[in-house]
Ligand binder design. Structure first.
Ligand code: SF4
Length: 235
């Protein structure tokens, strides 16, 4: 069932960023709610789908209408944007306004993602770990099957994308990271970014410090990076 764009619950809004959509000036809409509970989440305030939200879509839409020609793109982020059916209608309206659409998603709702992808111009897919370890990391049964199905949708539609994985050695060992690399490569992933978890932010304060040594970096750059056409290690 389609929901009106006005029903999108929006927990945050950034009117201008250069880092959330590669190479484009963008605004970011942070959708409220996420079904998962990753220990390193930096957006704890966006997780509760029922929390009070400070923004309304009609106001943001009016703001964006005035930014046409100044902004290239609008990114739907979260929380988990695909948790809300209204994301489809918002994306359709953004398209009519003439913006490119970026999407940050963990892939928790593969069916809705498949509907949304044709409207998107670029996707950052947060793929957290190998399928069999997923539910432990997200603290949510069934999350691995959903995320990996979402990866399949992104790859099969030929959309511009980046797969990104946050690494905290407490949650993802070097051997598991290597195994993840092999599984991503096997499925045809070409763009992968590995980003270090910074334990001083968000939920991650519950985790021990995430210490990366020079040999950790060398391991990633020598054994993993060469497997991908485009690879980035984000400090
Ligand atoms: S999927 Fe993303 S938004 Fe949801 S809990 Fe995990 S890190 Fe946070």
């Amino acid at each position: 069932m389609h929901k009106s764009a006005d029903q999108l619950r929006i927990g945050g809004y950034t009117p201008l960023t250069t880092i959330d959509y590669p190479g484009e000036l963008a605004a970011v809409i942070f959708c409220q709610g996420c079904p998962w509970r990753c220990a390193y989440c930096q957006n704890e305030h966006l997780l509760d789908a029922g929390a009070a939200t400070p923004y309304q879509w009609p106001d943001i839409r009016r703001h964006l209408e005035q930014r046409r020609g100044l902004l290239d793109a609008v990114v739907l982020s979260g929380g988990e944007p695909t948790a809300q059916a209204a994301c489809l209608q918002v994306a359709a309206e953004l398209k009519v306004l003439g913006f490119k659409i970026g999407l940050h998603t963990g892939g928790a709702y593969p069916d809705r993602l498949r509907q949304l992808l044709p409207l998107c111009d670029w996707v950052g897919l947060d793929l957290k770990t190998v399928p069999e370890h997923y539910d432990l990391l997200t603290v949510t049964p069934g999350s691995g099957a959903r995320a990996w199905q979402s990866l399949q949708h992104v790859l099969s539609l030929g959309i511009r994308y980046e797969v990104r994985t946050t690494v905290h050695w407490h949650l993802l060992s070097a051997q598991r990271l290597l195994n993840l690399a092999e599984q991503l490569r096997y499925r045809g992933v070409q763009h992968w970014a590995v980003q270090l978890c910074h334990t001083d932010q968000g939920y991650s304060r519950r985790l021990p410090s995430n210490v990366w040594t020079d040999s950790d970096r060398q391991f990633v750059l020598q054994q993993i990076a060469p497997q991908f056409a485009h690879f980035e290690l984000r400090e």
